[in-house]
Design a protein around this ligand. Sequence first.
Ligand code: SDX
Length: 429
Amino acid sequence: MSKDTLSVTDNRTGKTYELPIQNETIKATDLRQIKVKDDDFGMMSYDPAFGNTASCTSRVTFIDGEKGILRYRGYPIEQLAEKSNFLEVAYLLIHGELPNKTEYGNWEHDITHHTYIHENIKKLIESFRYDAHPMGMMMGTVAALSTFYPKAKEIFDTGIQKLEIRRLIAKMPTIAGFSYRHTMGLPFNYPDNDLSYAGNFLNMMFKMTETKYEPNPAIEKAIDVLFILHADHEQNCSASAMRNVGSSHPDPYSATAAAIAALYGPLHGGANEAVLEMLAEIGTKDQIPKFIERAKKGEFRLMGFGHRVYKAYDPRAQIIKGIAHDVFEVTGANPLLEMALELEKIALEDEYFVKRRLYPNVDFYSGLIYQSMGLPTSMFTVLFAIARTAGWLAQWLEFLNDPEARIARPRQVYLGEGERDFVPMGKRK
Ligand code: SDX
């Protein structure tokens, strides 16, 4: 008997099955042979939130949740955060290797020269209500971009893949900046090609009457590192949405709009916004124990805590804590920082959180930094989406090139009514 198999005995029939093991997994479809009657559909696995189901093979990002390890294409996040920049990391995620000097120069030139959006898209952004949430504006605007680039539907044309990936990465900061300026009632700032990716984002957000915006180097660096930390995270909810929607072969703008929608939720990318709202609701340090007790009763989730994969400190949260220090040197300490540090300290000593291995995640401190930079909470998840677009596109491209990829169409366990006849209105209860 081969060692790389799982022997499964169905005690209903006494039959034993040998299921091949590959990459520490069995194929769920191998379970279908397990039947009681020959005309049975066959056994399925049931995993409603995919907590123990691999939806794909991937070479983009590796996470070890037990050890708090995160690597993009094999490179530890700590090294990339310290030594690389976001555009180089975006190249790495999408192409699989760090670029050489020429490759990087071409990549940076291409991204820089695709930052403009069609003036009609500007009008679309202007048509949103003054108080529209920037994530809703970004989601709608990215979806609308699919109508401006109809050839993007040719998703298997490698030239078009290349062009649309550059367009999306380039235009996300412009859409973010225009959306922010719209909510502030301020004139839009156009891209400045002399600036870095992060610097240009700050320019489109904050340039006022000065003829040329000059980003603060510490803030520009912090934004760039935050973009690196948020760039990808293997099969998270929004990346799964990108692959799921992408599996029916729409254009990448439509798939990215779906990923933005998934990220918008407070359990996912929306958590950084929810952390600030939670800290504001707690109000003062002496109120923390009361809130901790409420979280332990399940009355609400401690936002920015816990993770489906990390059962140790999120490595990104560690790095972000370091960035916070650099930013607060420039902006002045965020008064909520003391509260966040106290909340973390109390939670990490509390049995409820220790037993469930709930640690601060990437969202716990990032919002404090954004707030100190003068960003409104409604923009926090928008920054997450700018960065994660590189990861979503890397996952999407990998899916398109995966020989095992097919349209996503899960099964279900039907627990509803058996067959029954229609009841005319007059005879219903
Ligand atoms: C991101 O997937 C990714 O990689 C996401 C992300 C990425 O980069 O893409 O890392 C980004 O989304 C980070 C997570 C941001 N979300 C939050 O901070 C929201 C608060 N966190 C939780 O809602 C929760 O921890 C999740 C959603 C992140 C994970 O939920 P799981 O894995 O489904 O965990 P669970 O709901 O099964 O919880 C296990 C237990 C439960 O208690 P019991 O039922 O066992 O008694 O832990 C408890 C939960 O009640 N719990 C929490 C908690 N998180 C889990 N209790 C209080 N506060 C929390 N934050």
